[in-house]
Structures are given as C-alpha cells and as structure tokens.
Design a protein around this ligand. Structure first.
Ligand code: NAD
Ligand code: UDP
Length: 319
C-alpha cells in the first residue's frame, strides 16, 4: 500500500511510519511541526519508500500519486496547560486539526478511494461515569470545559468519519487510543510520563496533581502500534479501543518511576493544574479488540518504562 500519515513527525505518527515501512508499504508523511519534531523522522531521510510533505492539515491537502490508505493522526495531544505544546494553549489549532483536518483528510481518502483511519481518543469518554470504558459508552464531556477543544474536536471528527462512511461509502475506521508512552514523546509536552521520567532522572520530586488517586492505564507504544496496524488491515468500521487495561493510580505510578529511576527525592502533591474535568478513572475495555483483531498488549508498565528510560536519559544528557 501507499499510505498518507498526518502527524508523522509526532510521537505516534513517527512510530507508525516505521511500522508501515517495516511491513513493506510506502509512506507519505505530513506534518506542520506544531507539536512534533523533525528529529523523529531523521532516520528515514533517504529511505526509498518514504517521502514527506510539510503542510498544515487544516488547509486543503493535495498528494500526488495514488494512495491506498490515509491515517489522520495530526493533532496536539497533551492536556497540560503549563506546556506551550498543551492543547489548552493551542485551542484553535486543536479544533481546526480535528474538524478541518479530518474533513480534508476524509476528502483525500474519498478522492483516492482509500481506507481511512481516524486517531481518536479515550478523551471522547470525558470524565467517564462508566468504568471500564466500552466502545458503546457515549461519554461525559463538558462542551465548554478546558479540555473541550480536544474532546469535542475528536467527537466531531468521529461523527464526520461516520458520516463519510454512511453517506459516501468510504472505508473508514476509528481507533480510540488510551494513554500511550514510549520513546519520542516530547520531553516538555507536560504529559505525565515525560514529566515524571524527567523529574525522576534529574533527582527531583515528582509533581503529582491532586491527591494521586486518579487512575490511568498506560500502554507501551509498540503494543499500540501493533493494534493500530491490525485495525488498519481489517475491514472494521466501528470504533475500537486500543490501550492497556492494566489500571494504576497516579500515586502508584509515581512510586514505580521513582524506583526505576533510583530517585530518592519522592513526590509532592500539587493542586490539580488541569481544573475540573481531569478524568478521575480511565481504563479501556478491550474485549472488542481481543475478539475481532485478536489483539492485546504484551508489555507491562515496568518493562515499557525500562524501554523508555534510555530515550529520556539521552534527551537530558544523562549517561
Ligand atoms: P504528538 O503531538 O507527538 O503528535 C501530533 C503530531 O501532529 C505532531 O507532529 C504535530 O506537529 C502534528 N500536527 C498537529 N496539528 C497539525 C496540523 N494542523 N497539520 C499538520 N500536522 C499537525 O502527539 P501523539 O501523542 O503522537 O498523538 C498523535 C495522535 O494520537 C493525535 O491525534 C492524538 O490525539 C492521538 N492520541 C494520542 C494518545 C497518546 O497517548 N499518545 C492518546 C489518545 C489519542
Ligand atoms: N499528572 C500529574 N503530574 C504531572 C502530569 C500529569 O499528576 O506532572 C496527572 C494528570 O493530572 C492526570 C494524569 O497524570 O490525572 C495523566 O496526565 P496526562 O497529561 O499524561 O494525560 P491525560 O491522561 O490526563 O490525558
């Protein structure tokens, strides 16, 4: 296949490029570097099956040549208001990437009669009232909350994707991605894994927002990418949760990171920086992915963090 990936210079997009090239496909990467980093693609320079277009997906997209699949991953993704890369500080760009970017990439898929994949998110469930979250859950999102620029853009994007599927017969799929971590995450995007790992490696106290009782379920990037690939080559149109169902409190997570980074500084409880709406619990129900994709994650959180630490050490200049 010849495949367009938007958000290619980001954390997940760059790993997807690698996976698709490894599987023998040709990849056209697209990114405007608003939160991504060209370094994430540097190793692909000169690759005969890889090309790159610098472009903002909010504007009309033209890709010469045939395309068999379009993967729309371009969007700011960190909720941290203290980072310049957090979507709270890029609100209009985030809504445009989710709304106009999805419209434009669906248009590309339609023009090429290509399979389309939307990178959606567990955030469409909001601060969930159902636990764990199944694909059938409609969510609990504040339409004017701080996170709404991301959540509502992704909900709109899902609705538009289904409209193109139902009305135009486009071969679409939707992956609802839960918290994923690994090498190539931006160290300063403010998400909990880069924050905790860099604090731990520098011997600083880990910044826990709130009392640390909120939970997340962390998936290592290789597991996620394998699930995404299985979904891409399937004929499924309904949304599929991809994530690791192993749930952990942020306090427990901080303790693991302090142990793995040999950090004796401990942690500090800080006021919740995210305002209302920081989801209190999050865990994917992955029954659908297990049944129809025969997929489940294989890497537990300690092994995944061990694989991630060398990348953050390198970024911090720690031997
Ligand atoms: P990231 O910030 O590392 O990557 C996003 C990429 O999109 C960046 O390279 C950025 O420059 C690019 N981009 C943003 N707006 C653009 C635009 N208008 N035009 C062109 N490029 C643009 O984030 P990520 O973690 O790799 O997330 C990738 C996708 O997966 C996003 O759509 C995100 O919503 C989704 N997702 C990620 C997670 C996760 O845990 N990492 C969870 C749920 C959903
Ligand atoms: N968090 C934290 N300290 C940090 C960064 C994040 O305690 O330095 C918390 C945050 O409040 C949230 C959880 O960790 O409850 C996960 O945050 P992340 O930014 O990774 O993404 P989210 O899952 O909220 O989208």
């Amino acid at each position: 296949m010849r495949i367009l990936i938007t958000g290619a210079a980001g954390f997940l997009g760059s790993h997807l490029c690698d996976k698709l090239l490894d599987e023998g496909h040709s990849v056209v990467g697209m990114d405007n570097f608003i939160t991504g980093n060209p370094d994430n693609l540097a190793h692909l320079a000169g690759h005969e099956r890889f090309s790159f277009i610098r472009h903002d997906v909010s504007n009309f997209i033209f890709v010469p040549g045939k395309l068999d699949a379009v993967l729309h991953f371009a969007s700011p993704a960190s909720p941290n208001p203290n980072s310049p890369y957090g979507y709270v500080n890029l609100p209009i760009q985030t809504m445009k990437a989710g709304a106009l970017g999805t419209h434009n990439t669906l248009g590309v898929a339609r023009a090429h009669d290509a399979r389309f994949m939307l990178a959606s998110t567990s955030e469409i469930y909001g601060d969930p009232l159902e636990h764990p979250q199944k694909e059938s859950y409609w969510g609990h999102v504040n339409p004017i909350g701080l996170r709404s620029v991301y959540d509502e853009a992704k909900r709109f994007a899902e609705a538009l994707t289904m409209a193109y599927h139902r009305f135009h017969g486009i071969n679409t799929c939707i992956v609802r991605i839960f918290n994923t971590y690994g090498p190539r995450m931006r160290i300063d995007d403010g998400r909990v894994v880069p924050n905790f790992l860099s604090q731990g490696l520098k011997g600083e106290r880990l910044s826990i927002f709130g009392d640390g009782s909120q939970t997340r379920s962390f998936c290592y990037v290789d597991d996620l990418i394998n699930g995404i690939y299985k979904l891409l080559i399937s004929s499924i149109h309904d949304p599929v949760n991809i994530g690791n169902p192993s749930e952990i409190s942020i306090l427990e997570f901080a303790k693991i990171i302090n142990r793995l980074t040999s950090n004796n500084a401990g942690y500090e409880l800080k006021p919740q920086q995210r305002g209302e709406g920081d989801p209190q619990r999050r865990r994917p129900d992955i029954s659908r992915a297990r049944e129809i994709l025969n997929w489940e994650p294989e890497i537990d959180v300690e092994d995944g963090l061990e694989k991630t630490i060398p990348y953050f050490k390198e970024k911090l200049g720690i031997p």
